[in-house]
Design a protein around this ligand. Sequence first.
Ligand SMILES: Nc1ncnc2c1ncn2[C@@H]1O[C@H](COP(=O)(O)OP(=O)(O)OP(=O)(O)O)[C@@H](O)[C@H]1O
Ligand SMILES: [Mg+2]
Length: 261
Amino acid sequence: MQAKDIRVSIGRKDILHGVNFRAQPGKVTAIIGPNGSGKSSLLKAMTGEHDYTGEITLNGQDIRTMRPWELASLRGVLPQAATVAFPYTVTEIVRMGQMGGLAGDDPTLPARALARVDLAGFGPRFYSDLSGGEQQRVQLARVLAQVWDPSVDGQPRWLFLDEPVASLDIAHQFTVLDVARDFALAGGGVVVVMHDLNLTAMFADNVTVMHQGRIAASGAPADTITRGLLQDVYGCSIGVSRAPGKDVPYLLPQMRDTGVA
Ligand SMILES: Nc1ncnc2c1ncn2[C@@H]1O[C@H](COP(=O)(O)OP(=O)(O)OP(=O)(O)O)[C@@H](O)[C@H]1O
Ligand SMILES: [Mg+2]
């Protein structure tokens, strides 16, 4: 997918100032950047939720020319915050995703999607009774049920995930990021907004860094998550090392101000 010269304004405020972004199927592409830098706004433009100027294509097609059902069959969206106002069960919510896409009517799909996010057996429970992290994983199961097959007739499908691990414990952060990686390995495309830079370095193939509504850098984790970036974009003096045995960047909070290269 590609976004060219994207500008978003809300009211009188310019939020994105000409953003160019690219994500490839088969890869996990992370978007990082400080609070308010425009990550969610870019995701919302790319998923058709925000008006924008510029051009956004998904599998080579301008999303403005696509019908809502075409978009729904091609990409699932996990918003940063999802509220559910009615007393739905977990299965009902996942089934809404299934019916929104073209994943078919297989009645076993919700249970399989729930098992994928470690919520086997949660189907009959009320969503409102679940913990925050459980609710977040139900929302991911809903998105998975919408675009269950990462590639259909050679055409990739896409996951757009806005901070999918934000309220998850460490084990479930891995569960969810494994889901994202498996989706990409099976030929789908994944665009994921992240804050945890170590997890990003571990899971992302490519990283785009946003800063004040613009792209500050993009490339491999080792080329983007650097000491200079942390200083320039986050205003934070933190050393960046290498993860043991791997060529990926690694940050430790106690490395603040130590001068480690
Ligand atoms: N509906 C809106 N009305 C006015 N300003 C908005 C609106 N939505 C976003 N903004 C502003 O646009 C900027 C970018 O917001 P956005 O939600 O894209 O940031 P973000 O990078 O996702 O941040 P976070 O890490 O906190 O989620 C912020 O300054 C925000 O206040
Ligand atoms: Mg956001």
